[in-house]
Design a protein around this ligand. Sequence first.
Ligand code: PFF
Length: 451
Amino acid sequence: MATSAQRDGFTSTLGVLAATLGSAVGLGNIWKFPALTGSYGGAGFLLIYLCATLLVGLPVMIAELAIGRRARANPIAALKSLAPGRPWWLVGVTGMVAAFMIMAFYSEVVAWVFAYVWKSVEGSALSSEAAVTEGAFAALVSSPWQSLIWQWVVLLLIGGILLRGVSGGIEAVTKRLMPLLFLLLAALCVFSLTLNGAPQGLAFLFSPDFSKVDGSVVLTAVGLAFFKMSIGMGTMMTYGSYFRSDQNIPLTAGRVMCADLAVSLLAGIAIFPAVFTFGFEPTAGPSLVFITLPAVFAQLPFGQALMFVFFVLTSIAAIGAMLSLLEVPVLILHERLGMTRRRAIAVSLLVVGVLGAGCALSMNLLASWRVMGRSLFDLLDFLSSNVLLPIGGILIALFVGWVWGRDAFIAAVSNDGSRENRRLASSLVLVLRYVSPVLILLVMLNGLGVI
Ligand code: PFF
């Protein structure tokens, strides 16, 4: 079994920020956040999302990071060591299951993004007619081999980066990619703001319309905060275990939250002015990214280059998120089962490959195969986001609030008294005890259709 003396970890404050932000920034920023914000009342939704991140996202993220760093171990071992002889470690197990489930469908969407990077080099899938771009996307999704091969490319790339370790792989790669992501996004924003549809696009994104805000919208915002901040499944515990001892956890989490929000808003500013300029519908999900946007790019000057930049930056966002997802089972297999890192990566990739193939094929060969009325792709998305992540979030909040205890949490967050976060930490304990679990429970019941 690996000992802490041999443990790899992040080496610099900037590296910690890049890796953690890399996990938070992902496909959720590019297609989920802007479209949901626009559809659910602009600034009104934004305000609710901010409250959700402050009351649920940020406290749970800080809790996970603190648990991970205190134990310096994978989520299962961390919870075992902080609550010996009690079953809290099962939260680590559900986290690992959730990581596999998310990777199975997420990796297929990343596969489409990679395929579109290639298509933008070739110049295919670029047409001003939505019917043509729709056909190009349908051709990709309905081809079993194309779906599988692009998914394998994604998995091998992520596995290859992880093979280089935490500092040499995750930290080194995200440190280079995150600034590039901001640069490309800023360039697209500047370009987009010069278009005729800019006022309309910005109005769609920002003008407050509280009439669209109801109970289910509030719950959508809380759910989005969860997925966006990569919490509820041990990802942040895993990364926390790589944090340096002098790292200021609340400050880092706050910075990640703000930068993640900035990426989401910039994505909206880059996308919607262009969409409105050519009279397209601002939809969410695959149809926005793979069907509407290529049709928009086709009508812009330098459209092919812009399409390339957009899909490269979406790939960058997705790579950081995938790295953090795969690292959860890799660390557990490595530390708990004593596998070498190489073997842990191979085994994890195999599991994701098999589950992921099920998702890829659920769009073509296995399209008629339905579980609980859903395709495997939709089922895994539903179960992970609406069941496992919220349960994980509630349990982590309850664990810190009621089991690990106020003093231990305050000591962990204030770097054993050397940092002045004590007052903040004691307020956080109250939020984790009473506010976050209740809010998350509401999200879950809503996700399951109970309320
Ligand atoms: N935060 C990522 C996104 O917004 O796309 C998705 C994600 C990554 C969720 C890592 C969960 C996770 F552990």
